[in-house]
Design a protein around this ligand. Structure first.
Ligand SMILES: [Zn+2]
Ligand SMILES: [Zn+2]
Length: 314
């Protein structure tokens, strides 16, 4: 089968044996390229099929999204209902630690499969994972209808965050820089601003740099919350403003899937109710054999890509 891997900072399409062994065989329908993929590839990721944002069909034809994280099932984190903070969550992550979804087929533990209702565009399933990231981050803070929120960053995570907040009745502003980002925000019905206002109850940092974090602290009211939504690849300084305003800094990683909360199920529900998310955010579509080009577009800031998706067929 065709699959996408990387070595020494470059991506290539390769022929691999069809996966055998444990787990359900999934025929992949769509997979997204993520900023963390680009970072890990440039840091030398190799020896694994890429892709942690994907879904497809089971052997009996059920459309599924895939939760790419694993769990040991027996540690304190797993048994207390927080398997996403188990040491195995990242250590058995599809696309970085075990083979991912940028391939025709992938084997996935059945506990990681999340059914997607019939009639949903199979092209949409690659968007469920980033949407689950967003749902999890939003659930990390207490929000009530009518509160105000700021989203800093208008890539896919930022735009999805604004859309979910609006869906929950939150008054949300999203900071946009480029015309295609303003355009996407408008299509999603969320308020795009070029500069943030002040005194938001909650701010979401979907960029995770010094500048974006400082913007969040500046714009959040005293005793508000700032959610840090992604990996912080460099070092970041915390300033006294956080202390003086007693702002809570809330990190968010992966997605919950315990008895009370399954962020993937909520993400599927959101995607089914809002088909404009897929048409607005997936700005570029490529076939699997065009993956080198797809990654080049995802890497090119001038290309105007919000989300690049790769399909086994179109
Ligand atoms: Zn991702
Ligand atoms: Zn565990």
């Amino acid at each position: 089968m065709r699959a996408v891997m990387s070595s020494s900072g470059s991506v290539f399409v390769t022929d691999q044996d069809e996966p055998s062994g444990d787990g359900e065989l999934i025929t992949v329908s769509s997979a997204g390229i993520c900023g963390s993929d680009l970072h890990l590839i440039s840091s030398g990721l190799s020896g694994v099929i890429l892709g942690h944002e994907f879904g497809g069909f089971t052997s009996d034809g059920q459309l599924v999204a895939v939760r790419p994280t694993g769990e040991c099932g027996s540690c304190a984190q797993c048994t207390s209902g927080f398997p996403h903070t188990c040491h195995q969550a990242a250590a058995s992550l599809h696309g970085t630690s075990i083979n991912g979804g940028l391939a025709e087929f992938v084997r996935v533990e059945s506990s990681r499969l999340v059914p997607v209702p019939g009639g949903t565009d199979p092209a949409a399933v690659g968007l469920v994972e980033p949407l689950a990231v967003v749902v999890h981050g939003i659930n990390r803070v207490r929000l009530a209808s009518g509160m105000s929120a700021l989203v800093v960053g208008s890539g896919s995570i930022g735009l999805l965050t604004a859309a979910v907040l609006a869906d929950r009745g939150i008054n949300v502003d999203i900071v946009c820089r480029h015309p295609h980002q303003f355009d996407a925000a408008q299509k999603l019905g969320v308020n795009a601003v070029s500069k943030p206002g002040t005194n938001y109850d909650v701010s979401f940092d979907a960029v995770c740099t010094q500048e974006s974090l400082d913007t969040c602290f500046n714009a959040t009211r005293p005793r508000g919350d700032v959610i840090e939504f992604g990996m912080v690849w460099g070092s970041i300084q915390l300033k006294n403003q956080m202390m003086l305003k007693e702002i809570s800094l809330v990190p968010s990683i992966f997605y919950s899937h315990n008895h009370e909360q399954n962020d993937f199920v909520d993400a599927v529900d959101m995607l089914v109710r809002h088909p404009e998310l897929i048409t607005t955010l997936v700005t570029h579509r490529f076939l699997l054999e065009e993956s080198v080009q797809a990654f080049a577009v995802a890497n090119d800031r001038q290309a105007g890509a919000i989300k690049v998706h790769i399909f086994t067929q179109m």
